[in-house]
Design a protein around this ligand. Structure first.
Ligand code: SAM
Length: 336
């Protein structure tokens, strides 16, 4: 194990078998987390990049088995924000000094590429980066939004296990999802992807494949987190017990992709009281504070208990641990 870890620290390359060994043995977890923290410090420094998250619609045409806003869930109130409302929330975040606005929604075709382009152009009148997280669209739609000024796009592959992908995503196509991610790269978006950890019948072999997928793609950001079962979904009987495994997948991703952006995800904080801080000390360098209206926040219930955090208090904690809040847009600086 020591040799594998040493190789990861020195070369940032591991074989699938080596990744499986790290994932399958829990005796060295603290060493892996510490190594990922050192690699983070060496390559992306002590700054934490804040991204203001705006969840602007929970109306979804998809039926992902794990997700609380899936189309078939009739137990939630649906909402769709008007463009001016979205722009106002973005402006609030910009006024507070945020340098990245993340526009996230369920898969809601009401927002055509043209509608989104107008919103993006308005936000981009300010000196900020815009990230989109709105699901699968055509090449042409991604192009329109890129030309409007969008900088980044986030689309998790969720799992690279094709069989599992098929079972969990009715009427969706794994190849199409990969193509969407590749299209973002072609169009010049900073491209983010990631996976869920703790899915039914997910193996450590397939998690190793997920990590190698991120590496092969040369993703600019990787966001991943534990599955948190939602009572109104087919996965309601699963348990939310994958905090440490998701942390390890994240830490190994940092070891193999030293200069990318990695968020400490809300799901990590939700299933562990100090999840975000632990993640920031195990390879993460990004946080995504939620700027969604209070009235809509609870309606964007992809999983239960989604945590909001008081970032003013967190800043004190960061400073104590030598971390500072970045004032830049926080693009990936490729070093290797
Ligand atoms: N619709 C967009 C998409 O598909 O990328 C963005 C919104 S989607 C709700 C954002 C992410 O939430 C998904 O990529 C998924 O990994 C995560 N998610 C959904 N349900 C979850 C659950 N029950 N537990 C943890 N994460 C979940």
């Amino acid at each position: 194990m020591d040799k594998i870890l040493e190789k990861a620290i020195k070369t940032h390359h591991l074989s699938k078998m080596e990744i499986i060994e790290l994932l399958g043995n829990n005796n060295f977890d603290n060493n892996i987390f510490a190594a990922a923290d050192n690699v983070r410090k060496k390559y992306v420094g002590n700054e934490i990049h804040l991204r203001a998250l705006i969840e602007f619609s929970n109306i979804c045409k998809q039926n992902c088995f794990y997700c609380g806003v899936r189309a078939a869930n009739q137990n939630i109130e649906r909402y769709r924000m008007v463009p001016d409302g979205i722009i106002t929330l973005a402006q609030n975040a910009i006024n507070k000094g945020y340098k990245t606005i993340v526009l996230q929604s369920a898969e809601d075709d009401y927002y055509t590429a043209e509608i989104l382009a107008d919103i993006i152009k308005e936000i981009k009148k300010n000196d900020v980066a815009v990230t989109l997280s709105i699901g699968e669209r055509s090449f042409n739609e991604y192009k329109i939004m890129k030309e409007a000024g969008a900088d980044r796009f986030l689309l998790r592959i969720e799992t690279t296990d094709r069989e599992l992908y098929k079972k969990l995503h009715p009427n969706m196509d794994y190849n199409n999802r990969v193509e969407c991610i590749e299209n973002m790269k072609k169009l010049g978006y900073e491209t983010g992807t990631g996976c869920l950890v703790g899915l039914p019948n997910q193996t450590i072999e397939s998690l190793a494949d997920d990590i190698l997928f991120f590496k092969e793609l040369d993703a600019d950001m990787v966001g991943l987190g534990p599955l948190i079962p939602h009572k109104d979904t087919p996965l309601k009987n699963m348990t939310a017990d994958s905090f440490w495994l998701s942390l390890k997948v994240m830490a190994i991703t940092r070891l193999l992709m030293p200069d990318i952006n990695i968020p400490a995800t809300t799901a990590m904080e939700t299933i562990h009281p100090n999840g975000r801080i632990i993640a920031l000390q195990s390879g993460a360098n990004v946080l995504m504070p939620n700027f969604t209206d209070e009235s809509h926040r609870s309606q964007y219930e992809i999983y239960p208990g989604k945590k909001s955090v008081d970032y003013t208090k967190l800043e004190e904690t960061f400073n104590k641990t030598g971390r500072t809040i970045s004032k830049s847009k926080g693009f990936r600086q490729k070093t290797i």
